[in-house]
Design a protein around this ligand. Structure first.
Ligand code: GLU
Length: 430
């Protein structure tokens, strides 16, 4: 059993740790709102979602029976532009998870200063146990049900956990059929053949590496030869593994939902991908030793990258993290209570709303290209992405100095300040 360490909590921190993502998003919001001294009505507005839609999604399964799935689409805030955010397929999806993730999208788009609000969608399902045909029918029917809430000027979905470019192609096709014309800008993360952007697939990882470089400079840790542990080997984790290795950093541990592997000499990203494609997991990869996800999170290394789901660093294990820098590729991997422990222990955390914003940034480029019926080269995409990520990092450092806040709080203060300014400048109609 892990020993539970309690950090000296600020007065507003609830005494008990709460793992509900929406409650966590609200707590983070309240702490930033305090720094910004936001007006109470504006506070109330920004801590609650603008619109919430719950839908029943009937799907004919391969065995001929009809199953009804529950889906959600939430618009958190649209003061700065259309809603933007991914669509998640997972058995643990809940309305509060989608509400929390939608709020984080509002702050994420504002942190990197792209003209979108925050949205998110999810369907409660187990995609690993569904056929491609079942997933296609579920996706298309979900699009029919959320139709009033999406559109190139309204809300633009994108991939998230267990959805990919094929899912986005079905969304684009269904929406286009329903409105009567091709509408590529309704969704991002599409295949290139349908107006997807060069560089979108690895954009989150590329943005992550750019902020990792900035964090290493700030903390005077050379990235070259730095040791890295990555929890989660999906699209983001595996691309990050490759990009860090190209920069001569050493990825010593990786994991997936079945467990992890360690190699002091560094893990070869290509071999790991091939092994996972063949066997469905990284566990058992030749030349590595086995370790659990918990052991990976507690590994002594320079950089720890949680790249899977929420709430993996909590009060139960925050005192065991031995990395010097934490870079959040996942959304919401660290609870606010755990974050206090990390901060007190001198671990520098680059929060999700900055660290993983590369994905939505290239989604923005994709949307711009679609609306102009034009496409950019991969090097144009990558260089604009890096510029945005590095500028956002510098903006958060400035906010940290201005407000005497720690880095995560500074990102929230910066983002919430930008959304609050847009909302108050627009004013409230009527
Ligand atoms: N799902 C990704 C995220 O959480 C991407 C969202 C998007 O591109 O709209 O940031």
């Amino acid at each position: 059993m892990a020993t539970v360490t309690r950090a000296p909590l600020p007065t507003r921190m609830p005494p008990r740790e709460d793992l509900n993502p929406f409650h966590i998003a609200q707590l983070q919001f309240d702490m930033a709102a305090e720094f910004l001294k936001l007006d109470p009505a504006l506070r109330q507005l920004l801590r609650t979602p603008r619109r919430v839609l719950e839908v029943a999604v009937p799907v004919e399964m391969d065995n001929g029976q009809t199953r009804i799935f529950t889906g959600y689409r939430v618009h958190h805030n649209v003061a700065r532009g259309p809603g933007k955010g991914g669509l998640r397929y997972h058995p643990n999806v809940s309305l509060d998870e989608v509400k929390g993730l939608a709020a984080w999208m509002s702050w994420k788009c504002a942190t990197v200063n792209i003209p979108f609000g925050g949205a998110k969608g999810g369907v409660i399902c187990d995609p690993k146990r569904m056929s491609k045909g079942e997933l296609e029918r579920m996706t298309r029917r979900y699009v029919c049900e959320i139709l009033p809430l999406i559109g190139p000027e309204i809300d633009i979905p994108a991939p998230d956990v267990y959805t990919d470019s094929q899912t986005m192609a079905w969304i684009m096709d269904t929406y286009s059929a329903l409105v009567g014309h091709a509408a590529p800008a309704v969704v991002t993360g599409k295949p290139i053949s349908l107006g997807g952007s060069q560089g979108r697939k690895e954009a989150t990882a590329r943005g992550l590496v750019a902020v990792a470089e900035e964090a290493c400079k700030l903390k005077r840790i050379p990235l070259r030869s730095a040791t890295i542990a990555i929890q989660g080997f999906g699209n983001v984790g595996s691309s990050a593994c490759r990009l860090f290795t190209e920069r001569k950093a050493k990825v010593v541990a990786i994991s997936d939902s079945r467990g992890g592997v360690y190699s002091g000499r560094g893990i070869d990203p290509l071999r790991a991908c091939r092994y996972k494609d063949r066997t469905g997991t990284v566990v058992g990869m030749p030349g590595t030793s086995r370790l659990s996800n918990d052991e990976l999170l507690a590994l002594k290394c320079d950089i720890l990258i949680p790249a899977a789901l929420e709430n993996v660093i909590t009060l139960a294990n925050a005192d065991q993290v031995k990395a010097r820098i934490l870079i959040e590729a996942a959304n919401g991997p660290t609870t606010p209570h755990a974050d206090e422990v990390l901060h007190r222990r001198g671990i520098f955390a680059v929060p999700d709303i900055l660290a993983n914003a590369g994905g939505v940034t290239v989604s923005y480029f994709e949307w711009v290209q679609n609306r102009q019926s034009y496409s950019w080269t991969e090097s144009e995409v990558n260089s604009q992405l890096e510029a945005i990520m590095r500028r956002a990092f510098a903006d958060v450092v400035s906010a940290m100095q201005k407000y005497h806040a720690h880095f995560r709080q500074a990102a929230h203060i910066l983002a919430i300040g930008r959304v609050a300014e847009a909302a108050t400048t627009r004013g409230f109609f009527p």
